[in-house]
Design a protein around this ligand. Structure first.
Ligand code: ATR
Length: 281
């Protein structure tokens, strides 16, 4: 029987992970099946347990269960500890191990696909929720110069920055502020990453026009057929480069696949296929 994997979340019908992992499996000759699992909002642990009992080997975890996946796992990687959230669970005779591949996915998309040199780069992360906390440590590990976390609720940004500052080297600052603390000076030459959930509802972030003009690159973790409100704003206001999060989605999946199967798939063909399909949707 094929090894079984799945993505678990609520809602889950929209997830592109089964398509991505099926392409990776075909490409690398791995014998596996990968499904979607809809867990009740109050039934994550029970759904995970049932999956193991039916012989499941690994899960990708998505909204709103990433924090629960962190709590459930017996073993956690340093990235999971830093994020307080997990998107990848692997099951073996010792129980569940939790990983978080979101940040590695972002770093690979930025560096390998978009040619962004992260060493010495100033980064501004918009948002201080689960999406933001998952990516800061891998950005620090990639050698960025400093990270400014800005959030609508300033206290969350300050708390996240002080929690993550321990992962930074002595030369690297991690600072948290309210959104109103983001100005052209602090955004000068920066990689501006939207990790808020505002884009999901197409809400515009209250960011000054000069911030977009000053930034070097605008990245939205959300993706879609058309540029998100954030990316459209960045382009209209003179930010020279923009990218959405489709590449991050494919790269985080590739890292989960590598952890489970010990083989790294080619991501570009899958990325291009998804981009074509989304564009036609
Ligand atoms: P996720 O796991 O997707 O990050 P989350 O933990 O609920 O979800 O965090 C959502 C993030 O988007 C938060 O940083 C939130 O700001 P607050 O902490 O102030 O709530 C941010 N966010 C959501 N909608 C927003 C909006 N319309 N404007 C600004 N920030 C927004």
């Amino acid at each position: 029987m094929s090894d079984r994997y799945a993505v678990i979340g609520n809602p889950i019908a929209h997830s592109r992970s089964p398509f991505i992992h099926a392409r990776f499996a075909a490409q690398t000759g791995q014998d596996l099946v990968y499904d979607r699992l809809l867990a009740p909002l109050d039934g994550f642990a029970a759904a995970v347990q049932a999956f193991v009992e039916s012989g499941g080997c690994g899960l990708n975890v998505t909204v709103p269960f990433k924090e629960q996946a962190f709590a459930l796992a017996g073993r956690r990687s340093p990235r999971v500890e830093a994020a307080g959230a997990a998107n990848t669970l692997s099951f073996d005779s010792n129980g569940w191990t939790a990983e978080n591949t979101d940040g590695i996915g972002l770093v690979r998309d930025l560096t390998a696909r978009h040619g962004v040199a992260l060493a010495g780069q100033r980064v501004v992360v918009l948002g201080a929720g689960g999406a933001a906390s998952g990516v800061v440590l891998p950005l620090l590990e990639a050698g960025v110069r400093d990270v400014l976390i800005v959030n609508r609720t300033a206290a969350r940004a300050v708390a996240l920055a002080s929690r993550l500052a321990g992962g930074a080297g002595p030369q690297t600052a991690v600072v948290g502020r309210g959104l109103d603390g983001l100005d052209a000076e602090s955004a000068a030459g920066a990689l501006l990453i939207n990790a808020t959930s505002a884009g999901l509802s197409d809400a515009r972030l209250p960011i000054a026009d000069e911030v977009f003009a000053a930034a070097a690159f605008a990245y939205d973790m959300v993706y879609g057929a058309r540029p998100t409100a954030f990316l459209a704003q960045a382009a209209a206001l003179g930010c020279p480069r923009q990218a959405d999060g489709l590449g991050m989605l494919v790269e985080q999946a590739a890292e989960s696949f590598r952890l489970w199967r010990g083989v790294a798939p080619q991501t570009d063909p899958v990325y291009r296929q998804l981009r074509d399909e989304i564009g036609r949707a």
